[in-house]
Design a protein around this ligand. Structure first.
Ligand code: NI
Length: 177
């Protein structure tokens, strides 16, 4: 197990389209996911994409448990999602605040589909097929954007809703994605 450094915005690898995983249940894939999980937990994140630790593969993890720091947040089950496919289930979009471990100290308001279906596989190759909404849907869209080389600031419509967390929300903390 290892906590890996998270690449920050400006690194060219974060702008690449990541490659599909072709073999499941391999030692390399399990090691990658273990490192991603260790890194996400160490940084108290709600999600992490493989490119953020320098691996340009279509692997994301996410999950979020309500706790004392975040008493009002929706819970999201811990999920490993490989080669994801997203299908919006409505045209409705909602804006809400996001942060990213690759864009530390900042938050911005990002429009996302409110309901979507996601499909893919876990690390053993088992199929995943879920319909989700709310924060769960937001986190999935944020993580899967990383696989297309898209960071959330690229989706902000009004740059007046982009700034430093400590200025926008004094004294509060958030899980970054
Ligand atoms: Ni992110």
């Amino acid at each position: 197990m290892a906590i890996r450094p998270v690449l920050k915005m400006g690194e060219p690898l974060l702008l690449q389209v990541a490659q599909a995983v072709e073999q499941f249940n391999t030692p390399e894939l399990h090691a990658l996911i273990q490192d991603m999980q260790d890194t996400m937990i160490a940084l108290d994140g709600a999600g992490l994409a493989a490119p953020q630790i320098g691996v340009s593969l279509r692997v994301v993890i996410f999950g979020f448990k309500r706790n004392q720091r975040y008493p009002d947040a929706d819970e999201v089950p811990f999920t490993v999602l490989i080669n994801p496919q997203l299908t919006p289930l409505s045209d409705e979009m909602a804006e809400d605040w996001e942060g990213c471990l690759s864009v530390p100290g900042l938050r911005g308001k990002v429009p996302r589909h409110t309901r979507l279906r996601y499909q893919g596989h876990d690390q053993l190759g088992n199929a995943i097929d879920r319909e989700v909404s709310g924060f769960h849907a937001r986190v999935v869209q944020h993580e899967c954007d990383h696989l297309q080389g898209i960071l959330y600031p690229m989706r902000i419509r009004d740059f007046r809703t982009f700034g430093f967390t400590e200025i926008l929300f004094p004294g509060r903390s958030f899980p970054d994605e």
